[in-house]
Design a protein around this ligand. Structure first.
Ligand SMILES: [Cu+2]
Length: 120
């Protein structure tokens, strides 16, 4: 009996925790261009789209080539506040790239993440 009560208590705490976590949900990545792990034709534009607005002052992305060298990008945030775009000066040459993004959502949480893509 005690064990059953203990288990249901644990279950109740777990449910409350889950609800609290969902209520606190903040911006997350919903899409990117190129898509993560994709192989694409040469491009000058990389974008990451979030589920919610991000704070432009704390949001942007860096691009790193296969040799580890950083490629200059000009970052901007779309008018709806949900998409970070990085433009390169020239079309990317063939090879592997890593995108490192950073963003702060409206609730103040700062996030970072990365994904890779390949230019054919
Ligand atoms: Cu948050």
């Amino acid at each position: 009996m005690l064990n059953r009560q203990a288990l249901s208590f644990v279950g109740a705490v777990g449910a409350v925790f889950l609800i609290a976590t969902q209520a606190d949900a903040h911006a997350r990545v919903v899409a990117s261009t190129p898509a993560a792990s994709a192989t694409v034709n040469s491009t000058r534009s990389i974008s990451v789209t979030f589920s919610e607005r991000v704070a432009p002052a704390f949001s942007g992305l860096d691009l790193v080539g296969a040799s580890g060298s950083e490629i200059a990008v000009t970052s901007s945030v779309s008018a709806d506040g949900k998409t970070i775009t990085g433009q390169t000066a020239r079309p990317l040459s063939a090879g592997a790239y890593t995108v490192n993004w950073r963003a702060a959502s409206a609730d103040g949480h700062r996030m970072t993440g990365n994904f890779t893509f390949t230019v054919r």
